[in-house]
Structures are given as C-alpha cells and as structure tokens.
Ligand binder design. Structure first.
Ligand code: P53
Length: 478
C-alpha cells in the first residue's frame, strides 16, 4: 500500500443535507430550504415560499444540530483524522447582504470545529455546498448580479479569519461545474427561481445569464483563494469538481469526439479556470459561438490569475458512456444522463460502479494539473435494511469502498499525489439529487424515513468497524 503517512481519512457532509436547525439562532432561509423531498421517480420541486403541508428535508435533515456531540464522537471512534463539512452561509449572514455577521451562527460552528479538533479531526470546510441565502436569490438573482461577489467574499473573510488557526483546508464551492448545465443555476448560483419555473428540466434558454453568473462565481472563488492566502499563507484552498468520468461508447470517431467535448465542457472547464487562472480556449470559442461568453470587467482576468487553487478536489461516484447514438441504452434512474456501459453494474439509482475509473481519473488529473489531489466524495447510495436486532449488514458498501481504495492505491503507486479521502455521508443523510433518506451512504444508520418521520436514533453498520480498521492500518487492511 502506497498511501503516505498522515494521509487524510474521513467523511464528507453538507450543511443542508445534514444539519437541520434551519431556523435556529437567527439563521436565514437558504435556497436549499425551499427544495421539497422526492425520490427516484419524483423530482424535487422548488417552491418560492414555504408551503404548509409540504415536506422540506433540509429543515430537520438528520438533526446534527442537536446530535453533534454524539455524532462527532462516533466519527472519532472510527479514527477519522479529517472531516469535511460545509458552513451554511445563511447561518452567518441570514439575508446575505448584511455588513455584520450573526454571532450566534458563528458560535454554532465554533463549537463544532472545537469538537472535531478535540476528537482528532482536521476540518475541511466547503464555503458553499449547493446553497446561497434566499435573500440574495430574491433581491439579486444570486451571482447573476456582480454585487453578490462582495457578499460572498465578506462571508468567506468572516469565517476564514475566525478559524484561521483551526482550519487549514477550504473549498470555495461544491461541484461548481453543475453551473455549466441547467442544474446548478439555482442551488449554487442562486439565480432567480422564477427562471427555473419557466424553464424546467435544465433547458438553456437563459444560458447567457447562467454563464455570466458562473463567471461571477468564478471571480468570487478566485478572490477568496487570494484572500485566504493573505489571512493565512498555510491555507490549502481547493476547487471541488463533480467528476463525471466518461468514455466513448464505441470506437467510432464521432463518439470519441463527442465524449471529449462532454469531458471538456462539463467536467474539466471549471477546474481548468480555477487551477490555471484563465478560460481555456475550447470554452471561449464554444461560448462565443453561442453568444454566451460572459462580460469580463477590466480586473477579472487578473483576479482569476491571482486566485488559483492549491489543490484539486473532486467527487467520484461513477462513470458514464457518451455516444451520438440516441437509441443507446441509459442506466435506470440516473439523473446525470449518460449511457450504460455493458461492462459495469449500476446502483439502484443508476450510478455505474467503476473503481478502475477512479485510477484512470486520478492519472488523467495528475497529468493535466500536477497538483495535490483529494477525493472528497465517493460512496454507494443503497437502501439499507435495519434488522430487528439492530444490525445493518452492508457488505456491498464495504465491497464498493474497498475496490475504490484499491483503485486510489494503484494511482498513488503510479505517481499520483493524493492527500486524502473523505467518503460521502459517513452518517446517513438526505440525498441531494432526490431529497430522500432511503439512499443511504453511511457507516452510521439513522432511523428516519423519506417523509422525515423516525426516531433519529443512530446505529453502527457493519462497515463502521471495517472503515476504522482501514484508517488504523492507513489503507493496508482492507
Ligand atoms: P445524492 C449528482 C452526481 C454526482 C454528484 O448524491 C452529485 C450529484 C447530485 O445529486 O452530488 C454530490 O445525494 C454532492 C452531494 C451529494 C452526493 O454527490 O444525490 O456534492 O451533496 O449528496 C451524492 O446521492
């Protein structure tokens, strides 16, 4: 096994899927608080106000807000030395455009960060994980208004300064590359939800505005990287990309080219800007041709150049096949699209399980950027069964993770500089894609149903002790 000493092992979460306490301590509404529950067949809806009879999973989530001490203790029992979490922006700036932060919100994170450190974990903090204060959505249409850049910077400055001696690892935006599709526009960019009502299903009628908002968010991200380095030169600040690894379905050159374009435009573009500090020519040409190239203010090119990231982090769950053949089979229920790979099996949610694809991806990224990397999400969503005796036998999850850890090891042996691994959802939490509870990733089972009912009691799954052993042996004992 090749993992370096001090390799970071842990788990990853996001405030809106995990915390709950949505109206505690003066917290303002975030865009995530207006997304309804759903399931693999029922898409989540966004409602412009809170409907009385409707279930919104983020409000309670799994109530980490009231369980944090015991939950963090459990992570400590598995010997985590890193814990990825996001700060809920609207807990700190309830409307988003205040000049002074909400002290009670900050105190909540003071407690959490101290508990993590006491339990042996270094925090890895995402500043915006699929959410933005609703105040900024309503008043400014989110990042489509340039003024929101300064509000994001003020928020980042507040928390980076407060935690400068406690937190070293920061990510500016989660899976920002969703902004290139008609998907991330609401959750990450905070564009006016009315647009989503008019243009459902990610149609691209407002593509030009969306790419302007994405540009503004890229400028905001770069400003915060620079600012973070001024606050503490030891900070390690990363991009976070949803790495949908893709293969051409056939050796037909038209499929090869189609896959290349998908990979560049969706998977690589945002990371290219954040790592290299400028727009790649393939995207500039593509956007100009479609008249969607964003307006650059005079200082933007210099800001992007000055704010390049220290590390490349990404989520890796699956791979997809790309082809021009529209009749090719899809995998069931995969909200990502992409075609089925005859050599791979899929999860119940249509995500194709591909450990070798992780070795391939790490090599590809090492070759492209040469930066230290972290796999900050990976895991298997599964409808686990809680047996009457209180056990959960999740051998399938152990298998999935074992194979992906072997795949990371193979990449490290081939020269990849890998800093750590935070698997997704060490404790069961709300699914981002479907809003349901049934799609579980954790080592810790949470007794809760899709409609939010349940005791919220925590149970250790079989994988709990397995992961502990993996960490204790630094990835040797799998
Ligand atoms: P869920 C789609 C494809 C890949 C990653 O996803 C994705 C998504 C969004 O559904 O998001 C990341 O919960 C995201 C997490 C999310 C996790 O993957 O849909 O950063 O917030 O929970 C898993 O199964």
């Amino acid at each position: 096994m090749a993992f370096k000493t001090g390799f970071l092992w842990g788990g990853a979460t996001a405030a809106n899927q995990f915390e709950g306490g949505y109206n505690k301590d003066g917290r303002g509404l975030s865009v995530a608080d207006l997304k309804t529950g759903g399931d693999v067949n029922t898409p989540r809806r966004f409602t412009s106000t809170i409907e009385k009879e409707t279930y919104y999973p983020s409000h309670q989530a799994i109530d980490f807000y009231d369980h944090h001490k015991a939950d963090i203790d459990l992570f400590g029992q598995m010997n985590f030395n890193v814990f990825r979490m996001s700060i809920s922006w609207s807990r700190i700036f309830p409307q988003g455009d205040e000049l002074v932060p909400n002290e009670a919100g900050l105190q909540f994170y003071d407690t959490i960060i101290d508990e993590l450190i006491e339990n042996g974990m270094t925090p890895l903090i995402t500043l915006s994980h699929f959410e933005i204060p609703m105040g900024l959505v309503e008043k400014y249409s989110g990042f489509s208004d340039r003024r929101v850049i300064d509000m994001y910077v003020r928020y980042a400055q507040t928390v980076m300064t407060r935690y400068k001696d406690k937190v070293t690892y920061w990510l500016t935006f989660n899976e920002m590359n969703f902004g290139t599709m008609g998907r991330g526009e609401l959750t990450t960019l905070g564009m006016n939800p009315k647009d989503e009502a008019i243009y459902p299903n990610g149609q691209t009628e407002n593509e030009k505005v969306r790419f302007q908002a994405l540009h503004n968010a890229l400028v905001a991200s770069a400003k915060v990287v620079k600012l973070g380095h001024d606050i503490n030169p030891d900070f390690k600040i990363g991009c976070m990309i949803c790495h949908i690894t893709s293969y051409p379905l056939t050796p037909n050159p038209v499929d090869i080219l189609e896959q290349k374009e998908f990979d560049l435009r969706f998977t690589k573009f945002v990371g290219d800007v954040q790592v290299r500090g400028e727009y790649p020519s393939y995207m500039t040409a593509y956007l100009k041709k479609k008249d969607s190239f964003p307006v650059f203010e005079a200082e933007d090119a210099a800001i992007l150049k000055a704010g390049t990231v220290d590390m490349y982090t990404f989520s890796y769950y699956m791979s997809v096949c790309i082809t021009l053949d529209e009749t090719a089979a899809e995998t069931n229920g995969n909200l990502m699209g992409g075609k089925a790979n005859p050599y791979l099996e899929s999860s119940e949610w249509g995500w194709q399980i591909d450990p070798i694809g992780l070795t391939y991806t790490l090599l590809d990224l090492q070759d492209r950027y040469g930066l230290p990397m972290m796999v900050v999400e990976n895991g298997l969503g599964f409808a686990d069964e809680l047996r009457p005796d209180g056990t959960i036998i999740d051998d399938y999850r152990i298998d999935y993770m074992r194979q992906h850890i072997v795949a990371m090891d193979a990449a490290v042996e081939k020269g990849v500089d890998l800093l750590g691994y935070t698997m997704w959802g060490p404790i069961d939490l709300i699914s981002a894609g479907t809003g349901e509870m049934k799609k579980r990733y954790g080592f810790i089972y949470v007794d809760m149903n899709n409609d939010g009912t349940g005791s919220l009691k925590r149970y250790k799954k079989k994988s709990f002790d397995w992961y502990k052993q993996v960490i204790t042996s630094n990835g040797r004992d799998l």
